[in-house]
Design a protein. Structure first.
Length: 297
């Protein structure tokens, strides 16, 4: 079984486009987003799902170049639409799949079986279609965010606050100042920790106010410092801000190179004095990780 080759693709910005809009899907595909994410779930009404599947298939089929960055969010496995979604889109070879509203790892394993059968049926290398998983949209899922290490196909985890609020019966997920309430900040943290435990990327959830680009910039930069490696977007105007926020600066790269060089010149040393402070092995690990991000290591 093949391993998804997605880690060679940048995954800073993930731009949603409704699957029942040819215009919006084309705009997302032509944008600067690292990944265009065609949505068959929340953005599409029940009445339009059949049409949307065909439109998503046709959009994928019409773009053989760069299809590895054209992903699809299918409907959740606890409903009647997932297999219909997959049967419609897999012949057009989507770059990857987003699975929403999981309850735990067992949903990923079930989807893996579906995908394997459809890959073989359509001449696609078995196991080559990667997954990003929404791991906090149900109350049950919150207790399983650390279970995805070695889960088939998974290359990234992300989280959501709106469906989680519905799942627990909350009337609002925000504090009076507009920030997320404790439960939803916990969801963000659990997604980050789960991704780290699984050795995959953590992707931040959307910012609903697409006009507030300064707020988006501040939030994206903050979650990147926390360990997130990309962010979902709902409007093309958000893409450049997200890409910039999750791209290491030249100063960061220069610092990382210096740290790696210092340890290379002092093999076997656990801690080294540096500019009035100390560098130890965690500093080296972070520097190496950043350099791998930009292809400098």
């Amino acid at each position: 079984m093949s391993t998804p080759a997605t880690l060679s693709i940048k995954m800073r910005s993930w731009l949603f486009a409704p699957g029942d809009s040819e215009k919006k899907m084309a705009k997302a595909a032509d944008s600067a987003a690292d990944i265009a994410l065609f949505d068959l779930e929340d953005a599409v009404t029940t009445e339009n799902k059949v049409l949307a599947r065909q439109l998503v298939h046709d959009c994928l089929a019409s773009r053989p170049e760069g299809r590895d960055r054209l992903w699809v969010r299918v409907n959740p496995l606890d409903g009647p639409y997932t297999l219909l979604d997959l049967a419609a889109i897999m012949p057009a070879r989507p770059g990857g799949i987003m699975l929403p509203k999981v309850d735990g790892r067992q949903d990923v394993e079930r989807l893996d079986h579906y995908l394997s059968a459809l890959e073989v049926a359509n001449g696609i290398d078995e196991g080559s279609t990667p997954l990003i998983v929404l791991v906090t949209e149900t109350a049950k899922a919150m207790f399983h965010t650390g279970d995805y290490r070695g889960a088939p196909r998974v290359v990234a985890l992300t989280w959501g606050a709106e469906d989680l609020a519905d799942s627990i019966g909350a009337s609002n997920n925000r504090n009076d100042d507009g920030s997320y309430g404790f439960t939803y900040e916990l969801a963000r943290s659990m997604c980050l920790l789960g991704a780290a435990a699984a050795g995959v990327m953590a992707i931040e959830t959307i910012q609903g106010d697409f006009r507030d680009l300064e707020g988006l910039k501040a939030r994206a930069e903050k979650v990147r410092r926390d360990g997130y490696r990309g962010m979902l977007a709902i409007h093309p105007a958000q893409v450049d801000v997200i890409n910039a926020a999750f791209t290491p600066t030249e100063e960061e790269i220069a610092h990382a190179l210096e740290v790696v060089d210092i340890f290379a010149k002092n093999p076997g040393v656990g801690a080294i004095g540096y500019k009035g402070g100390m560098l130890d092995r965690p500093h080296l690990s972070r520097a190496e990780h950043l350099l791998r991000q930009v292809g400098r290591l």
